[in-house]
Design a protein around this ligand. Structure first.
Ligand SMILES: Cc1ncc(COP(=O)(O)O)c(C=O)c1O
Length: 442
């Protein structure tokens, strides 16, 4: 049977009608603990002096095999706190990825430092360690490494580059809780690891985040932005045993803070024990999909080192426009019409943002002038790996955290249907292009 004439984009039936299960799910015990904590308080200025925060931060540090964790209000707050903890600010340059969520860049700008974009692998979209040297200057202080889509970056190569050049490393594991590079969980390689726990992440709550570090000095300096000022028993990080005396005078209300809340803390504690098993199911589902896509020449997927473990926050595919004979966007529209919730997650390299151009004349934010004074033009960066990944990438959000062979088969059928219908899709695209050029010349 050929599906070709029945593409949903051309009016045929929708192939993939299954939806991922509700995510995240919390246990009944979590609801009870939240109610109890809300009744009891306190709810402000939390620190390790509060038993729930102490339990959470101890468990997060143990999970990442580091000494210390600091709960924050978001992933962005965790990244920002990492840079505060490392004192990366005015005049400093940070090598980072142009292929990520904007927070891996905005935290640098908000801290008064300058992002320098380095190229990524056109397969994975992860920082290409061999591209780091191109961004190096005498002002480079740090590398900020996103583990995008739950894929671990090559931390062996990145750490050895950092060591050779005296740089510190901040990992952005917001999409990669539990992902492993050569057996070790991401977040614990560099001086600091930052994670989001917002409602779609592999460790999902409501909104929240956390920082992990093995360096006490980074933790204590990061607490400057992690607390409500105060010296009471529970109020403020300054009351934690070991808080350095020399920092005490800097605990005030003069910096933005990214404080944790008790509800998110309890929900994070509730979800943490399930993350590894759910990640394993995400991996099994992804493998089942890849196996079933064998023979669909329009897409391929990145391969990873056999010793690495992805956690598939999203499945990233690479589209082959030459094979398909249609544009990525037409293919994406046809996939969506078949019910596949696919997206092009990074619509454009972050270095191309008009806001980063020296000639930007839109609304100014706190870092607009800092960037102008730095005299850099990120828009001018040539990053062909990023351009290629942006042009051909297709992502499927992957909250398939339970084994689901039926959904994998149904997703694969949607891809197979498109593959069989490529001729129809080509004609559809050509007629659309012809219609558009007629309208333009009318
Ligand atoms: C790679 C990456 N970094 C940082 C963040 C920021 O996290 P949050 O939304 O919790 O501030 C996100 C999430 O949105 C992300 O995907």
């Amino acid at each position: 049977m050929t599906h070709a004439s029945a593409l949903a984009l051309l009016g045929g039936p929708v192939e993939h009608r299954r939806t991922a299960p509700k995510y995240p799910r919390f246990t009944a015990a979590a609801y009870d603990r939240v109610r109890e904590a809300l009744d009891r308080g306190p709810m402000q200025g939390l620190s390790k002096g509060h038993p729930i925060i102490a339990e959470l931060e101890e468990r997060l540090a143990a999970y990442h095999d580091v000494e210390l964790a600091l709960a924050t209000s978001s992933g962005h707050g965790a990244l920002q706190s990492a840079l505060i903890g490392l004192e990366i600010t005015g005049g400093d340059e940070v090598l980072t990825s142009p292929y990520s969520w904007g927070a891996s860049v905005s935290c640098i700008l908000h801290n008064g430092a300058v992002p320098v974009f380095v190229d990524v692998s056109p397969e994975t979209g992860l920082i290409d360690p061999s591209a780091l040297a191109a961004g190096l200057t005498s002002r480079t202080r740090a590398i900020l490494v996103p583990h995008l889509y739950g894929q671990p970056a090559d931390m062996t190569a990145i750490m050895s580059f950092a060591e050779a050049h005296g740089l510190v490393v901040v990992e952005d594991g917001s999409q990669a809780h539990g992902a492993r590079h050569r057996g070790r969980r991401v977040g614990g390689f560099g001086e600091a690891g930052a994670f989001s726990t917002n409602g779609v992440k592999p460790l999902a709550t409501t909104e929240g985040g956390y920082l992990v570090t093995r360096v006490a000095d980074v933790y204590w300096k990061a607490t400057i932005s992690g607390q409500h000022a105060g010296r009471g028993e529970l109020i403020g990080r300054a009351s934690e045993p070991g808080f350095p005396d020399e920092l005490r005078q800097h605990i005030d209300s003069m910096v933005y803070t990214y404080r944790p809340n008790i509800v998110t803390a309890l929900l994070t504690l509730d979800r943490l024990p399930y993350v590894d098993a759910e990640n394993a199911a995400r991996r099994r589902n992804a493998s089942a999909l890849f196996a079933a896509l064998d023979g669909v020449g329009s897409v391929s997927w990145p391969s990873h080192d056999a010793q690495d473990e992805c956690v598939y926050h999203m499945v990233t595919l690479n589209f082959d426009a030459e094979h398909a004979g249609v544009s990525r966007d037409t293919y994406l529209a046809a996939l969506n019409a078949e019910g596949v919730p696919a997206v092009a997650y990074v619509a454009n390299g972050l270095h191309r943002s008009p806001r980063l151009s020296p000639s930007y004349d839109g609304p100014r934010v706190m870092w607009t002038e800092t960037l102008r004074r730095a005299g850099v033009d990120p828009n001018a960066a040539e990053l062909p790996g990023c351009d290629e990944k942006v042009a051909r990438s297709i992502e499927i959000p992957w909250n398939h955290f339970e084994d689901d062979p039926e959904s994998m088969a149904s997703l694969a059928r949607a891809f197979a249907k498109l593959e069989e219908g490529l001729d129809h899709l080509r004609r559809h695209e050509r007629s659309g292009v012809a219609a558009r050029s007629e309208t333009a010349s009318a």
